[in-house]
Design a binder for this molecule. Structure first.
Ligand code: SF4
Ligand code: SF4
Length: 548
């Protein structure tokens, strides 16, 4: 059950940024309700064949670990130091300059020093020094070394699941140390002992067994899209005809399942359906969906490299089976970090697919020549730039839009301009948040990397403070009423966050706005948007708000 939310002013009042009186190593971890996610369900852990599946509770003293747990961690640490050169370098080169210290949204929102990236990494580094460095072995605590104990392990678990692996801190480190990579390694080590959180373990297990994080069976996935087809017809008078598992289609489309099952992402999914219908009617574009590769997201990424690889492989296996030319990906966050940062050396290169070419414009997507996957905002931006879409921006005139750069597509793949280009071609009113909160420096939604559970709401709202504050700024300055984003987790979590820090602002995907502006051949007069709201009423309301 979700924990009660603290009041915004209470969160702000408790932010003193006063460090505790004791040295960080001597300050014991306190696992506090509202700040952590429930322990992994043993059934999910067992399904994935991961070790030590058993019920356990983070609030109890006994975490039911294997007897030789210290040896397992030591050997796992050693193996990863040998296998991942970057991990070894990151353990050695931090000079503790503190440039990253105030860059983490969880530190900004909680004031807890162990949420400073440098100290989060130090949780592992201290054990690294003790176990693997000569100076650490000789000098011990004087060298910042400490042995692995049950309290250290609990501290790892608590704080490694208070990092959303967003990589903002790495941007400010003069040595390029990527604390997210350290968190990823730490979580891998925890998984060797069966210490995952359930909000990650169960979606990964669902995806492994049923093709998507929500565990939706193929017929239910198709039913949901059929429901959207009816809804689109009701609102536009046009019946779109999505294709499923079509062998020999030009393009396989894969999106996060969150968009198919959770508002407001569902309106973005309707937007994809309308765009594909338009392109098929006008230009004969042949796109297929799949109920097998029915998940673009990859919670395996938050567990271990091995589970990430397993979940990623189904997308390419399906593209191979269907003999499509290339893959078009929906508005997802970590799907793109996995594709751009890991796919090639994990399951690639995907030589059996073509280098993506937009069959309508002839544009060759050189950036995707290895992973063969194009982001839908790149695709739509290309269509708009080549004059291929019939758009009526005025249907979105009641919107004052700002754009949240989702951490993974922005810092992970450099996708900054295409979403903005699309938004500015389908909406007349666009406003940027302050420069130190967008593009490379964007702030996390506070719920990434599998931390979007209900029971850790206090952590999520505190971690979302910098983003919420920036939204509030453009709401107060320009009357912004819509926050657009290209990540399904963002679309799921930002409504709660902005309702808390900037009430009155709503959340949308970019392709919901595209579809609201798109003129479909044979459409009725469009009096409502995809949410079924009367457009003229919304415009009158927006004008009234502006007059006030
Ligand atoms: S990766 Fe993001 S959440 Fe993790 S320590 Fe760095 S800034 Fe904080
Ligand atoms: S900025 Fe880099 S070198 Fe400085 S404390 Fe942070 S991780 Fe260490």
């Amino acid at each position: 059950m979700a924990e009660a939310k603290p009041k915004p002013q209470d969160v702000l009042d408790q932010l003193t940024y006063q460090p505790p009186r004791t040295d960080w190593m001597d300050t014991p971890v306190e696992i506090r309700k509202g700040m952590y996610c429930y322990a992994s369900n043993p059934k999910s852990v067992a399904t994935l064949g991961l070790p030590n599946a058993r019920p356990w509770n983070p609030l109890e003293d006994d975490w039911k670990l294997p007897e030789n747990w210290q040896q397992i961690v030591h050997e796992g640490f050693k193996e990863r130091l040998e296998r991942f050169r970057s991990f070894k370098v990151f353990m050695d080169i931090c000079v503790r300059c503190g440039a990253c210290a105030d860059k983490c949204h969880y530190f900004i929102g909680t004031g807890d020093p162990k949420n400073m990236p440098v100290l989060r990494a130090e949780l592992l580094r201290s054990v690294y020094r003790n176990d693997f460095s000569r100076m650490g072995k000789i000098l011990g605590k004087l060298n910042g070394a400490r042995p692995m104990t049950i309290n250290v392990l609990k501290e790892w678990w608590y704080y490694l699941f208070q990092c959303s692996e967003c990589r903002r801190c790495s941007l400010f480190c003069p040595y390029g140390i990527d604390t997210a990579e350290i968190t990823i390694m730490g979580r891998e080590l925890l998984n060797l002992l069966g210490l995952n959180i359930d909000w990650i373990a169960t979606p990964v297990s669902n995806c492994y067994m049923n093709g998507n994080h929500l565990g939706i069976q193929p017929h239910a996935f198709k039913d949901m899209l059929d429901f959207f087809v009816d809804d689109i017809e009701e609102k536009t008078g046009v019946r779109v005809k999505p294709k499923f598992m079509k062998k020999g289609a030009d393009i396989l489309f894969i999106t996060p399942s969150g968009d198919v099952f959770a508002d407001p992402g569902t309106y973005t999914a309707m937007g994809y359906l309308m765009l594909f219908h338009y392109l098929e009617e006008k230009y004969g574009l042949d796109v297929t969906w799949s109920t097998y590769a029915s998940e673009g997201g990859n919670f395996g990424f938050f567990t271990s490299h091995e589970t990430m690889k397993r979940l990623n492989s189904k997308m390419y296996a399906e593209a191979k089976r269907l003999k499509v030319k290339w893959i078009l990906g929906g508005e997802c966050g970590h799907m793109w970090r996995v594709i751009n940062q890991y796919m090639d050396t994990m399951n690639g290169p995907a030589d059996f697919l073509d280098v993506p070419v937009n069959p309508i414009t002839g544009t060759r997507f050189e950036q995707a020549k290895s992973n063969k996957m194009v982001h839908i905002t790149e695709f739509t931006a290309d269509l708009i730039r080549n004059g291929k879409l019939d758009l009526d921006q005025s249907r979105n005139d009641y919107l004052k839009v700002t754009y949240h750069d989702s951490c993974n597509p922005s810092r992970g793949m450099g996708l900054f301009d295409e979403p903005r280009y699309v938004i500015q071609n389908v909406c007349n009113h666009f406003y940027e948040m302050p420069p130190n909160t967008i593009r490379e420096q964007t702030f996390c939604c506070g719920s990434g990397s599998g931390l979007n559970a209900g029971e850790n709401m206090e952590l999520r709202l505190a971690g979302g403070l910098p983003r919420g504050n920036a939204v509030k700024h453009v709401q107060d300055s320009y009357g912004v009423n819509m926050l657009a984003t290209i990540c399904a987790i963002d679309r799921a979590v930002l409504p709660t966050l902005v309702d808390y820090w900037a009430p009155g602002v709503q959340v949308t995907g970019v392709h919901e706005m595209v579809a609201n502006a798109l003129n479909l051949p044979g459409q009725n007069e469009r009096s409502t948007n995809l949410r079924g709201e009367e457009i003229e009423e919304l415009k009158a309301q927006a004008e009234g708000d502006a007059d006030e």
